[in-house]
Unconditional design. Structure first.
Length: 342
């Protein structure tokens, strides 16, 4: 590893692996941290930021293709997300959802907002016309000046299913309808072993000065990305530092029900368990550093004994400034690792 996050005239190349609402908050922080450190004349950043987004929780519903993590990322970066609910578009209405329920169509517990449906209809039309998922994501993202390149993890449909005592179900049914209260016995993404990274994803990882793992669910957000053949290997071989941010604080997930997902694969919901799950690159794993919360400072020694630098930093992203500070710390940790190993 020889890369770093240097103050070059062109700015660094940053790649983020992310999914979910927590991932989108972190990416907004990364963009702002880059703007503050490497500003350009137009008010943006000289840094080149690429986000590889989870598509493992995508689904077909009422004939439409939905991509919850992609949409959450776009809405957050565009500043049109509903921060009160934590998902969807601000100023949303639900007239169409009410009509669908009256017709007995779709899932009554999975509400589609009217503005959100615009994205789903556009996406589905483009896919039906023959566009790839990568092309569709690019078209959706081009509506607003996001300042970031978004890539899906793959162009292949690899929807996640969950095994429970009540049978196999789509991840969204387990997550949204049952709120992960049915103990998961395992997860499956049919076709993922035969999938390929989206065009440009591996090249972005190979050229990155730093790779960041957002504080996203390690099982159903980052797990699918890393399960696409070629992506984990590209992370291991990347010249820049690889830094992850823990989604667990003081034995509880920052957001969502990550503890239920971790239990299904035999992991405790602790910051060190997730860090060891990813592992140190020096020992064949994926990370060089693993940011943990102040509440988990006592776990740093065990992580460092396993080859992972474990910086301690506040992890709560309560607003733009705290998300930016966290992203800046992750970038700083990448610099330290590059300096120590170059």
């Amino acid at each position: 590893m020889t890369g770093g996050v240097a103050d070059t005239s062109d700015g660094p190349r940053i790649v983020v692996l992310a999914g979910g609402v927590g991932g989108s908050k972190f990416v907004v922080g990364v963009r702002e941290a880059a703007r503050r450190r490497w500003p350009d004349a137009a008010g943006g950043a000289r840094a080149e930021i690429t986000v590889i987004v989870n598509t493992g929780d995508d689904l077909w519903l009422s004939g439409l293709r939905l991509q919850p993590d992609v949409d959450s990322m776009i809405y957050a970066l565009a500043g049109v997300n509903d921060t009160a609910r934590g998902w969807g578009r601000a100023g949303e209405s639900e007239r169409v959802a009410t009509e669908l329920q009256a017709w007995g169509a779709g899932w009554p517990w999975f509400t589609l907002g009217d503005l959100d449906l615009g994205a789903h209809i556009a996406r589905t039309g483009w896919l039906r016309d023959g566009a790839s998922v990568t092309e569709v994501v690019d078209r959706l993202a081009s509506r607003w000046p996001l300042g970031i390149r978004l890539l899906p993890m793959t162009d292949t449909e690899v929807d996640t299913h969950v095994f429970t005592a009540q049978g196999r179900m789509h991840f969204q049914e387990w997550w949204t309808r049952h709120r992960a209260t049915l103990p998961a016995q395992g997860f499956d993404a049919p076709g993922i072993a035969q999938s390929a990274p989206a065009p440009g994803a591996v090249d972005a990882l190979a050229a990155a000065d730093v790779i960041l793992f957002a504080p996203s669910n390690p099982v159903v957000s980052l797990g699918p990305i890393l399960s696409v053949p070629g992506i984990a290997d590209a992370v291991r071989a990347a010249p820049g530092a690889v830094v992850g941010v823990s989604p667990i604080i003081a034995g509880a997930p920052v957001r969502g029900m990550a503890d239920a997902c971790l239990a299904a694969i035999g992991l405790a919901a602790t910051a060190d368990a997730v860090g060891h799950h990813y592992g140190a690159r020096a020992a064949g794993g994926l990370l060089d550093a693993w940011l943990i919360a102040e509440e988990d400072a006592s776990l740093a020694g065990g992580l460092e004994a396993a080859g992972l630098r474990a910086p301690v930093h506040p992890l709560w992203m309560r607003d733009l400034d705290t998300a930016t500070a966290l992203a800046a710390e992750a970038l700083h940790s990448a610099e330290l690792d590059a300096h120590q190993t170059s």
